[in-house]
Every structure is written in C-alpha cells, then in structure tokens.
Design a protein around this ligand. Sequence first.
Ligand SMILES: [Zn+2]
Ligand SMILES: [Zn+2]
Length: 161
Amino acid sequence: MVHQAGGCLCGANRYAVRSEPARVTVCHCRFCQRATGSAFLVEPIFSKSDFEHTNGELKTYAHRSEGSGKLIYIHFCETCGTKLFLTLERFTEIVAVFAGTFDDPNWFERTPENSKQIYLGVAQKGTVIPAGIETFIEHFNAADGQPSEATVYAEPKTIGF
Ligand SMILES: [Zn+2]
Ligand SMILES: [Zn+2]
C-alpha cells in the first residue's frame, strides 16, 4: 500500500497520500509560475479520499481563475509560506499537490501514460520538455471542453532554443 508524506519548509504542516497519483500535470502556465516562483509546477493529482493533511494549521488563498472564472484554493503554511496543495471549486473531489513538498518528490513516475505537459506557449526559456510525453500549447481541454491537439516530441525540446 502506498504511503508517502510531505510537508512545508518549517515542518509545522504535514500531509500524506495513500495512492499513486491519478495523473500528473506538468504545468507551465503563468498562474503556476507565479504561485511557485519557478518555471513550472509538477502537479500530481489525488482523490480527496486518498489525501490527508496530518499536522499543522494552513492558511488558504482563494484565487479566481481567469480561464474558468472558478476559484482555486492554495493551501499554505502561514509560518514559512510554503504552498502545499491546491483544491478547486470546479473539481471538488481532487487535491493537486505541489510535488516539491514531498519528502521524496521522485517517488511517483511521470510516464506517457500518466502525465501531460501543458501551457508550453508561455514556458520559460531553457525549460527542457521530455520526449515521448503529450504536450499542449495551452490546456489539454479547450475552453469549450473539447480535447486540444497534442504534440509529442521525438527528442527532448528546449524552450526558446
Ligand atoms: Zn511551514
Ligand atoms: Zn498551471
């Protein structure tokens, strides 16, 4: 049985998951760049029933998505500011974890079967996109809910070069 844990920088907030991620989204959008302060977010998605916030007190910031108009809730430690996970007004049964907060961020696989790279249209220079994974200029679903067209690179692609 899967048991993987993670937590914030100061250690006050801890969480655990009891399953493999249902899927892994690697997101290069401007929301994820701002929220992480980095180039992209590695975002494993879990069912709420497989996720538990086990220690500490969290603050929540509710952000209205420009795309959907729905709220995105960022759960973070008020002492150290680490963002641990997201929940969504639009999809109430899932939790999206900021993967860098796992004690072992490499415990789950990122394969062609379980992962996608999205919002390559705004990805930062020098970001390397792996070969063999479905990639999208924006989201994998268009605003009308239809699937977007995927590009799969045969060789790793470096953005901006
Ligand atoms: Zn903390
Ligand atoms: Zn994003």
